[in-house]
Design a binder for this molecule. Sequence first.
Ligand code: ARG
Length: 470
Amino acid sequence: MSQPPRPRRKGAKPWAGRFRERIHPAVERFTASVHFDRRLAPYDIQGSLAHARMLAKCGVLTRREAEAILGGLRAIQREVERGTFPWDPALEDVHMNIEARLVRKIGPVGGKLHTARSRNDQVALDLRLYLREQIQVLRRQLRDFQDVLLTAARAHQEVILPGYTHLQRAQPVLLAHHLLAYFEMFQRDRERLAGCLERVNVLPLGAGALAGTTFPIDPHFVAELLGFPRIAANSLDAVADRDFAAEFLACAALVMMHCSRLGEELVLWASAEFGFVALPDALATGSSMMPQKKNPDVAELARGKAGRVYGALVGLLTVLKGLPMSYNRDLQEDKEGLFDAADTTQTTLVALTALLTGIRFQPDRMRAAAAGGYLNATDAADYLAAKRLPFRQAHELVGRLVRHCVDRGCPIEALTLEELREFSPLFDRDVFEYLAVEACVARRASPGGTGPAAVRRALQDAARRLKAEW
Ligand code: ARG
């Protein structure tokens, strides 16, 4: 004879039926995730609303049952928004907290919500809904940042600074060109996130625990309600897959790598040794001991925080690598790193945007740095090569010329024409004009080069691409 169901104690597990003993407190604490996954509550409710409507449409729930469930879920939604929802760690995770609350509010009919659903497909859905939103936020922030880069580039079209390789002065470039290099990096980041979104945007609900469900469900209807263009093709994969999360973390890691490189450059540029930028007080921080200090902490933290996002990526890949089909509880470990990485990337972008908006470039310092360091040596060799001397010979000749100038402590153009002719009779009066830093920049008219005409085209093209996608 079957026993009547025991009334549920507060905090009793929804899965308690099979168990004789109460859960060990250490196990309860160890397995609980509600202290971090409660963040998924809005998405969990959104998913449940769609699921309940679908169950009613398919005749699994009556209209009245569905109405009661939808009303209860909306009341819970308000509690979550107001911060009055009574989270109970004994109820393990966000899903069981919300379901238990629903039953408490509307009675046993609330227990029908979980028909044809498992927490395994439910959590996969929540995570996809969450990430979809994060991706949109990030893409908007990236765009704002590109906008600031573009504005700064436009404002500094004439400014020349040394371009570096090996952090050694190499050839002169326009500051606008330098800033547009970062524009390209963040453009790729935005494109990557758009690609990632396509794979996030797949509905896993309907997979049940792993094998599908015996109920006559309509996942396409749920997909339509939630704005998913596709539904998962395989139920095992639907509950086991976190590729989309790893892919998002890889995208975020690349964003952070770019932020970090820019951060590193700004740290260098803000130093007395470079002096290429000045930080407004509002965007710098001081030292507790050294009264004179003004530190570029935003740029440093942009560099430093990249580490935690890389950590989240490697952490998730490591969680996934040994998992057999299909859902495994290890997957609960996907969330904290993911949340932290999304938050970190977003706050970094916002801070860097503020920094770059307020930073003051120092064109005089940049121009002075471009005057030293023999940045026109390549052009001197090009000058001779243009006069038909094989470039390899021209390179060697100018190398000797530079060594001579280094010994004398002067730039190439400080030599007289006679002195230059001792190195090569091909040097003529026009060489001095040729070697001027402005002329060196202007000659680099190749597509994507730093010549002012090429940079003007690049600025227009960047503005066009920024507009096109929004
Ligand atoms: N808290 C779990 C997670 O984040 C939800 C799914 C749990 N499923 C289960 N059968 N225990 O992955």
